[in-house]
Design a protein around this ligand. Sequence first.
Ligand code: ZN
Length: 265
Amino acid sequence: MPERLATRTALAVSLAVLAAALLAAAMPGADRADGGARALVAPGGDDLSGHVVTIDPGHNGRNGANPDQINQQVPIGNGETKECDTTGTETGSGYSEAAYNLDVALKLKRLLREAGAKVVMTRDDNRGVGPCIDQRAEIGNEAKSDAAVSIHADGGPPSGRGYHVIHPTKIKGLTDDIYGASKRLAVDLRDAFGNVTGLPRSNYIGQNGLDERSDLGGLRLSDVPKVFIETGNMRNGADARKLESRSFRKKIAKGIFEGLKRFLG
Ligand code: ZN
């Protein structure tokens, strides 16, 4: 084909493609089809390769038996100190928060690894003591995590239901560098966690499923975006029944996973 004719043909084809694209965009339903397809793959996509996530399962199975170790004071920034760690709570039937946190953490770890993320854990079993809260923060910092999440279940009033996400208040020289990103992480987690699990936002603490706190060493010492998620209230019968269910804990992990995906994407 002569060169000029080829160019003209290519131009005509390009215009036809452009016209078709404009027509498709203007058609009602085109938008909806696109939105539907996007909803299937979560915002940001499924590929988390290149991302580092630190999972911090709160407390540890032997904390209660070692009060001297977990009551020792550790630095939490600005010259203040706090206990190394605490025992955590349990359900009415005696299912410990420490065991629950680890189970959810391991399920979450699997989901993140399958999506290609690098996962760092602050503890891998439920047979130890600690680590102390300052070490938990340091592990996330050293890993240069893109996000860190501390997993808990609350010991709230028996009448109180629901989950909430705790993010750090802005403290000059401590959390001012991670305040904004941690709040975004908190909002993403809150939204995705509620969608996936169907659990209600807390009706006894915080506001709209969020609580900003200045006293948690694990948040004060973090140099990477970090939040605590209180996934439910173990002292409430309705919440406890859910948290005690192995199949429901899969949903809990999935809810956290989807929140992290939203944040990292
Ligand atoms: Zn806890």
